[in-house]
Design a protein around this ligand. Structure first.
Ligand code: DC
Length: 225
């Protein structure tokens, strides 16, 4: 039987970083749900299907086979047998993936893929709808949150470190728009599951958040054993 840790929350709460760290520390497989949507985006680019051609995108879904494997400690993503780990991070894919992921039929198909990838494994997954929709019966359900100004501050610092020129006000505005989109999405909207453990990370650093989340997982794992 598998053990499932599901983490949701808005942008800038450290979900991605914490999931990667804990996956290594706790021996849990990290299923990258965003990568599944990125594979669909790459497939439609490779097959000259346009974003507007929704029917063609939906018709292509049965031809899209996605697999993930850990090779030398790193996750490798396969699209129809081909290693696309790098290609799915390209600018072209990034530009269209959000729209691709908002197509209802694409979401239904990818949630199936995500569930199959997790089948029989001990996994940790993060996103927006993992605790509410992908795995509503997960063994551990956590909602990470933080004040929007603090999240914007974190993203702003990240941007500066990467040399990306954006003002704090612009970053804050982006966060506010993204939060609104995430919460109002027709399917897979971000919300706090009734039985999720709510963790406010506003005054915590990444190490402190990681320790807190790890403790929650360990407690549940002990109960399960
Ligand atoms: O995390 P990422 O940037 O690789 O995600 C790619 C896109 O997929 C992004 O637009 C958000 C979307 N996504 C989603 O709708 N549901 C998920 N569970 C994960 C990602």
């Amino acid at each position: 039987m598998s053990f499932i840790v599901a983490i949701d929350g808005p942008a800038g709460t450290g979900k991605g970083t914490i999931t990667k760290l804990l996956s290594k520390e706790m021996g849990l497989v990290n299923i990258d749900t965003g990568a599944t949507y990125r594979c669909v985006a790459l497939y439609i680019i490779q097959n000259n299907i346009k974003l507007e051609e929704k029917e063609r995108i939906i018709a292509a879904l049965p031809n899209i086979h996605i697999d993930m494997k850990i090779e030398d400690g790193e996750q490798t993503i396969f699209l129809n047998g081909e290693d696309v780990t790098k290609e799915i991070r390209s600018k072209e894919v990034t530009q269209i993936v959000s729209q691709v992921s908002s197509i209802k039929e694409v979401r239904f198909a990818m949630v199936e893929v995500q569930r199959n990838l997790a089948n029989g494994k001990d996994v940790i997954m993060e996103g927006r709808d993992i605790t509410t929709y992908v795995f509503p019966n997960a063994d551990v359900k956590i909602y990470l949150d933080a004040d929007e100004k603090e999240r914007a501050q974190r993203r702003y610092k990240e941007m500066q470190e990467k040399g990306i020129d954006m003002s704090y006000e612009e970053v804050l505005k982006n966060i506010q728009i993204r939060d609104k989109n995430d919460k109002e999405k027709e399917i897979g909207a971000l919300k706090i599951a009734e039985d999720a453990i709510y963790v406010d990370t506003t005054v915590l650093n990444i190490e402190e958040v990681k320790d807190k989340v790890k403790q929650i997982i360990e407690e549940k794992r002990v109960i399960r054993k």
